[in-house]
Design a protein around this ligand. Structure first.
Ligand code: URA
Length: 310
């Protein structure tokens, strides 16, 4: 058995670990190479950095040792003074349909109203939270969305994944990560022995699609963050895996590049957070799958360690 295999076995990661070239690999058959999340193969000619990562992964003692991973607490909440119109959070309609244009915010909202809105969201149970997201008109994205994308999965999951914002497919279907990036994400979950909806809850920072998949704006994030915060508080996962630079920087309130956020255990509201690449990025940058696998190994260790202490 190779050192790498021994390392993975030591982590308890043996299930669903499918070598890229195996003929009997149903996962690999079912998806394109780009979407498959199989053992990251380092080709003979690779970037030196990736070669190094492969070496590090193969080293059973030094990789992602949980006790050594530094823990960084997220910065305190940013004060927001975002212009919005008050929303009736509890009575909001449950329909996911696009709201009437007359509901679109027209003017500034005083800070106290924003604080009241955040406090109301922070006290919501799942049904009220679901309804509040479905009927939200707190920013302009409600004008262009088809559906809100609340999040999906086990509401008592030990794992929570947080992405950026719905794309076109997600906007149409009302579910996160249903496109090609979603297929890769499902395979990443499979590599961890997890599956969508089974011990995992998947959500985004934004619940509505930014038109044309443009970057979310700070005001949009500020309005949407209370929803994600409440989701995390209700799920109370053992570990949060944040997917991509944008989600990581939003959740952790930092401008640190993703390359520096990876490999460290951060916290959000006392819950450990591990940062990895966004699956859409990994579709374009196959060589970074090795790094993503390293991140998932770290997340797995953090998860298991949290369970051991529970
Ligand atoms: N990208 C994301 O970050 N989230 C989705 O739901 C889909 C694509």
């Amino acid at each position: 058995m190779s050192r790498r295999a021994r390392f993975l076995e030591a982590l308890g990661i043996t299930a669903e670990w499918v070598p890229r070239a195996r003929d009997d690999a149903p996962q690999a058959e079912a998806v394109s190479e780009a979407v498959a999340f199989v053992e990251p193969v380092v080709e003979p000619v690779v970037e030196p950095a990736v070669e190094h990562i492969a070496e590090v992964i193969a080293e059973p003692v030094t990789v992602a040792a949980p006790a050594a991973a530094p823990v960084v607490e997220a910065a305190p909440a940013i004060e927001t003074a975002i212009p919005v119109v008050p929303v009736d959070l509890v009575e909001a309609p449950v329909s996911r349909a696009r709201p009437e244009p007359s509901l679109v915010p027209a003017g500034p909202e005083p800070d106290s109203a924003q604080a009241e809105r955040e406090a109301a969201i922070a006290a919501m149970a799942w049904p009220a939270l679901d309804a509040a997201v479905a009927g939200c008109t707190a920013c302009g994205l409600c004008q262009t969305r088809t559906n809100t994308v609340f999040g999906v999965g086990d509401r008592q999951a030990e794992w929570m994944l947080v992405g950026e914002a719905p794309g076109e497919n997600e906007d149409l279907q009302g579910e996160p990560f249903v496109g090609q990036a979603g297929k890769l994400l499902d395979n990443m979950l499979g590599a961890l022995g997890l599956a969508r909806g089974r011990n995992v809850f998947i959500a985004n920072v934004l619940k509505c699609r930014p038109p044309g998949n443009r970057n979310p704006q700070p005001a949009e994030v500020a309005q949407c963050e209370p929803f994600l915060r409440r989701q995390i508080a209700l799920v109370r996962p053992r570990v949060i895996v944040v997917l991509g630079r944008f989600a990581a920087q939003s959740l952790l309130r930092t401008t640190t590049p993703i390359g520096k956020l990876r490999g460290t255990v951060h916290t959000y509201e006392g819950i450990p957070v591990v940062v990895t690449y966004h699956p859409a990025y990994l579709l374009r940058t196959l060589t970074d799958k090795a790094r993503a696998w390293e991140d998932l190994c770290l997340a797995r260790e953090v998860h298991d360690r949290a369970g051991a202490g529970a």
